[in-house]
Structure formats: structure tokens, C-alpha cells
Design a protein around this ligand. Structure first.
Ligand code: NAP
Length: 297
């Protein structure tokens, strides 16, 4: 992609050497100091020998245009975007990938010789993780998605491109589920239901995905759905990775389901960003090892 030509003899093989050829990358958000992206991405640069460095930038909403000007002026090569800027950032970019446009959010910016191009790697990162870690074939599957927030939008878009039999979206605010289902109606069979209809949907599902924040630290005793509703052997998947195994996943495991946690989504959204920036395969196993160590420290 954009930067392949940039990795010359002067900046390949150095791996975080930091000299006058070092390429700059980073993540913006507010807050940002909790982010595990810097440790993950710097490990990726070290592992691949690319002379790049990745930092976290605390950017407030009123400085988004200044931020974009700074990226262009300083030649920052790539940036991840996290909460709360994934929507607002779109107004200051030169181009937006059709997938990110359909999802309505950007989490990755590629600086292609001064042109800032926005992508969304959250949904495709999640699907890559699901396929590699839990269920390699999504075609023909009955999938239930609980939640209809920002993360669910990227995931439903990416799942819809995998030819599932049906995607059923359940959300506390059912209107939001309906709106999400309508957005991608032309890509796959997608329906919206209320949480009252969740039990029936879960009984038929091959994969049940929690995209809500229910069960996230510190509310680790909460669960979005009764795991007894799931078919034994079905996949229970949770976007949450703090804790690594939520109550939903613990109960689903006891029920005989295959479980899939949220860490892989985080790793692979970063892996796709790395690949868009460098044109090289991301060292996903090393990235995961580093993030796990940071989470457990
Ligand atoms: P969001 O846009 O704020 O959406 C939150 C969703 O959770 C909405 O559907 C909301 O329902 C639902 N919800 C919140 N509290 C609830 C409750 N008490 N009962 C029932 N439903 C509730 O958030 P998001 O950005 O989509 O993030 C959602 C989760 O995904 C978070 O836990 C986040 O950490 C995780 N995530 C993980 C990754 C990763 O890399 N693994 C990446 C992104 C997000 P309403 O619409 O009714 O309010």
C-alpha cells in the first residue's frame, strides 16, 4: 500500500533505533494514557526491523484540524484513532475507504505522500481474529450480535461480507438495532430484535457475540445474556478484553461452548493498520505476547 517505497536501506533493519531516518506513527484519543497500542506497535516495528516509532498523543476535540495539519507538516506516516475521535476525524481527511465510509468511523489513517486516507480496521480485525481463533468458516452461519454501538457497526459490516445465513442484532434500545440492520441490509440477511426475543435467537445461533460493555471491568459480575440459552458447541464471543475471560465467556464455556475473547480484535485491528502502513505482514503473535504481558503486569 502507500508506504512500501518509503522503506529504504536507511530505515529497514534498524527496529526502533531512532535516528534521523526514523518513521513516526501514533495513536490519538482522549483519554489515551491507558492505551496498549504503543507497546504493541513498537514491538511490531522491533520484530520486523522497521525503523519506526509509535507514540500516544492526547488530542482534544477542538484540535482535530490542528492535528491533521501537524501530521501533514511533520510527515507522520500513520495514525490510529480511538475514542472519541473516530467520527470527527473523517472531516479532516482527504479520502475515506468505502468500508470506513459505510461503517461511519475511521480508526486508521495512512499518510500517502501528504494525502490522509482513512480506514476502519476494527470490524475486519475482529473477523480475522474470530476466524483464526474460533470459527474459520462464517458462511452459512446464524450469528447473533448483542449491542448496536460503534464497535457493533464495524463488526456487522465485516460479518455481512462473510456470507452468513443471517445476522440478528439485539440491543437495549431497539431503534438503534433497527438502524444498524437497515444500514447493511443490501450486504446480507440482517434483522433487528429486542432483548426480549434474545433467548429464542440464541437457541438457534451458531455464534453469539457480545459487543456491549456489559461485563467489562469493574462490573465483572454482569453478563449480557444467560449462557444457558446458547447451543453447546456454539461460539460465544466477547469484544471485552478486560477481563480476558468475562463472566459471559466463563458461563458459556461451562455450557460446552467454544469461547473467543476480545484481545484478538485489538491485536488484529493493529495488525491491519501495521500492514496498511508498511506493506509487510504484521507479527501478530509477538504483538499479542507483548499486550498480554502489559495487561497482566
Ligand atoms: P458504544 O458505542 O458506547 O455502545 C455500547 C453498546 O452497549 C450499546 O449497544 C449499548 O446499548 C450497550 N450497553 C451499554 N450498557 C448497557 C447495559 N447496561 N445493558 C445493555 N446494553 C448496554 O461502545 P462501543 O465503542 O461499541 O464499545 C462496546 C464494547 O466493545 C466495550 O466494552 C469496548 O471495550 C469493546 N470494544 C473492544 C474492542 C477490542 O479491540 N476488543 C474494540 C472496540 C470496542 P444502547 O444502545 O441501548 O445504549
Amino acid at each position: 500500500m502507500a508506504l512500501e517505497g518509503e522503506f529504504t536501506v536507511t530505515n529497514v533493519g534498524a527496529g526502533n533505533r531512532i535516528d534521523s531516518n526514523t518513521l513516526l506513527f501514533g495513536v490519538i484519543g482522549n483519554p489515551i494514557r491507558h492505551s496498549k497500542s504503543p507497546v504493541m506497535m513498537n514491538r511490531a516495528f522491533r520484530e520486523t526491523g522497521i525503523n519506526g516509532v509509535y507514540a500516544a498523543f492526547h488530542v482534544t476535540g477542538d484540535r482535530i484540524a490542528d492535528f491533521a495539519a501537524g501530521v501533514r507538516a511533520m510527515g507522520i506516516q500513520g495514525v490510529n484513532v480511538t475514542i472519541p475521535h473516530k467520527l470527527d476525524i473523517m472531516s479532516v481527511l482527504d479520502e475515506i475507504d468505502p468500508g470506513a465510509r459505510a461503517i461511519g468511523a475511521v480508526n486508521t489513517i495512512v499518510n500517502d505522500a501528504g494525502r490522509l486516507i482513512g480506514y476502519n480496521t476494527d470490524g475486519i480485525g475482529y473477523v480475522r481474529s474470530l476466524k483464526e481463533e474460533a470459527e474459520h468458516e462464517l458462511a452459512g452461519k446464524q450469528i447473533v450480535v448483542i449491542g448496536a454501538g460503534g464497535a457493533a457497526r464495524g463488526i456487522v459490516y465485516a460479518l455481512a461480507n462473510e456470507k452468513p445465513a443471517r445476522i440478528t442484532i439485539a440491543n437495549r434500545s431497539v431503534d438503534r438495532a433497527k438502524e444498524l440492520a437497515a444500514s447493511f441490509q443490501d450486504l446480507a440477511e440482517i434483522e433487528a430484535i429486542s432483548n426480549d426475543e434474545l433467548q429464542v435467537a440464541c437457541r438457534k445461533a451458531d455464534i453469539v457475540i457480545n459487543t456491549t460493555s456489559v461485563g467489562m471491568f469493574p462490573n465483572t459480575d454482569e453478563t449480557p445474556v444467560d449462557a444457558d440459552w446458547l447451543k453447546p458447541g456454539a461460539v460465544a464471543s466477547d469484544l471485552i478484553y478486560n477481563p480476558l475471560k468475562t463472566k459471559f465467556l466463563q458461563q458459556a464455556e461451562q455450557r460446552g461452548c467454544r469461547i473467543h475473547g476480545g484481545l484478538g480484535m485489538f491485536i488484529y485491528q493493529g495488525a491491519y493498520a501495521f500492514e496498511y502502513w508498511t506493506g509487510q505482514p504484521a507479527p501478530a503473535a509477538a504483538m499479542r505476547e507483548t499486550v498480554l504481558a502489559a495487561l497482566l503486569s
